[in-house]
Design a protein around this ligand. Structure first.
Ligand SMILES: [Zn+2]
Length: 77
């Protein structure tokens, strides 16, 4: 019997929005929590987030914007 994974030819699923084994929405939740000084969602490790960010420019941009907004909000407080 063939390994079901054989022939796929990819380690990553290649699905859009899924880099480093975590999905964009989970990464953004974790980034938001980090910015707010809260615990990341269970199962979303810092290493997984970093791996995702390396492969996903959209989440890098999102994280930058979130950080900037947070700073702005803090300044306006
Ligand atoms: Zn992403």
């Amino acid at each position: 019997m063939a390994d079901p994974r054989a022939g796929a030819g990819v380690r990553d699923s290649g699905a859009a929005g899924d880099h480093g084994g975590v999905h964009c929405v989970d990464v953004r939740t974790a980034l938001s929590a980090r910015i707010d000084g809260e615990e990341p969602p269970p199962g979303v490790t810092a290493a997984a987030v970093e791996a995702h960010l390396r492969g996903c420019a959209e989440c890098r941009d999102w994280g930058e914007r979130a950080r900037r907004l947070r700073l702005l909000a803090a300044g306006l407080d």
